[in-house]
Design a binder for this molecule. Structure first.
Ligand code: FES
Ligand code: FE2
Length: 414
């Protein structure tokens, strides 16, 4: 249970808030690269309205929404060979925020600037850094830089605070209940195939802090500490990512705060089916994950739909003054303490956990990740492809056959 003040401190992300200051120390995704063509795109992040563009030279930029001249919306703009030109009176800005043309003025005011943030592309995502300079390096986590995989990017907009999704990342017990007990209750009502793999009971769970967050471990009934699920585990990558996967599928679930009560959820997935020849993939495709059916009801026959319905049920910002934590919430307690510790570091003028400034370390950052998942990777991957957000990927039928499950058409009934 938290006090109202503690709950506010841990959840609110706007400019000048403690958590807003902490999150601004990390590079975060702002949109899929595939959705950025020659037009400027409005996006909101950490409570700030921004505009993203890629100019004719191929350089991405992120600037504030309003032109400093007379406050026009810079998503109504001409993207130039270099920089972006406000649609209203033609002021042109380059990626570092300098205004380099004011065509209707007798002379250029060289001090004129627009708010601008460093931006970079990696692995099919545009990332932005909104914190104090000098910016740290954009972490080159393994999945973003692997060369021999297929990728895709699922996304959904959630109407609640980011912390509810992140707390779920350190809550292993919900898997056997929400994604098995409830899943199968729901599927029995529907008359669809029940799932088995996630019904395995947890005998033991463990959480170990490491240099990029928290390693999660589990021993399922029938397993030992020699199994990958305990011995290797998988990480919560502080502060906004969960890494899951196994059997040739790896996934970052990234929870990007648009503002205090809106979250952009990303399923960034890589696929490496053993022995398969992969087609070239010049552009990483993105897709929407539907959350509600035509009647406006939650879609509850897949794991991510269940998670999101559960998190949404906690409210726009969960009222943690009214909760009753138990022993099974140990991971949640550790994550909240990690957030508090890192808030303190930022307030003391230090870099928080996982900020990378060493180019050698950043050549590629390999994260610990179990390969043999739940003692049956084959069944686990099939579960991912049919009962998780990636079932909505345009690549799903191809992936289903590349992973050796046969003709996908038979399972595409959602
Ligand atoms: S409002 Fe942008 S140039 Fe005038
Ligand atoms: Fe879940």
């Amino acid at each position: 249970m938290l006090t109202t003040e503690e709950n506010e401190r841990l959840t609110r992300v706007g400019p000048g808030t403690p958590m807003g200051n902490l999150l601004r120390r990390y590079w975060m995704p702002i949109m899929p690269s595939s959705e950025l063509d020659r037009k400027a795109v409005p996006r909101r992040l950490l409570g700030e309205d921004l505009v993203v563009f890629r100019d004719g030279d191929g350089v991405v930029g992120v600037v504030e929404k309003h032109c400093p001249h007379r406050r026009a919306d810079l998503s109504v703009a001409v993207v130039e060979q270099s920089g972006i030109r406000c649609g209203y009176h033609g002021w042109r800005f380059v990626q570092d925020g300098r205004c380099v043309e004011q065509p209707a003025e007798p002379r250029l005011n060289p001090t004129m600037r627009i708010g601008a943030y460093p931006a970079q592309e990696l692995g099919g995502l545009v990332f932005v850094y909104m914190g104090p300079l000098p910016a740290p390096l954009l972490p080159r986590f393994d999945m973003f830089v692997w060369g021999d995989v297929l990728r895709d990017i699922g996304q959904a907009r959630l109407d609640f605070n980011w912390l509810q999704a992140m707390e779920n990342s350190v809550d292993p017990y919900h898997v056997e209940w929400l994604h098995a007990h409830f899943m199968n209750f729901w599927r029995r009502l529907d008359g669809t195939e029940e799932v088995e793999i996630l019904a395995k009971k947890h005998a033991r769970v463990g959480f170990d802090p490491f240099e990029y967050g928290i390693i999660k471990r589990r021993v399922l009934v029938g397993q030992t500490e020699e199994d990958d699920d305990w011995k290797v585990g998988h990480p919560l990558v502080f502060p906004l990512m969960l890494r899951v996967g196994g059997g040739g599928v790896d996934q970052f679930q990234i929870r990007v705060p648009i503002d205090d009560t809106t979250t952009w959820h990303i399923w960034y997935t890589t696929y490496r089916p053993e022995g398969a020849l992969l087609p070239a993939q010049p552009v990483v495709p993105s897709y929407e994950v539907p959350l509600r059916d035509a009647q406006g009801n939650w879609i509850l026959d897949f794991a991510d739909g269940q998670d999101i319905a559960a998190w949404a049920g906690q409210g726009p910002i969960a009222d943690r003054t009214k909760e009753h934590l138990g022993a099974s919430d140990r991971g949640v307690v550790m994550f909240r303490q990690m957030l508090r510790d890192q808030l303190d570091r930022v307030e003391a003028g230090l870099d928080p956990l996982g900020v990378v400034r060493d180019a050698d370390i950043n050549a590629r950052i390999d994260l610990p990740m179990e390969k043999d998942k739940y003692g049956d990777s084959k069944a686990f991957v099939r579960q991912l492809l049919t009962s998780q957000a990636i079932r909505y990927s345009p690549q799903q039928p191809l992936l289903y056959s590349l992973f050796g499950y046969g003709d996908a058409a038979a399972v595409r009934d959602w």
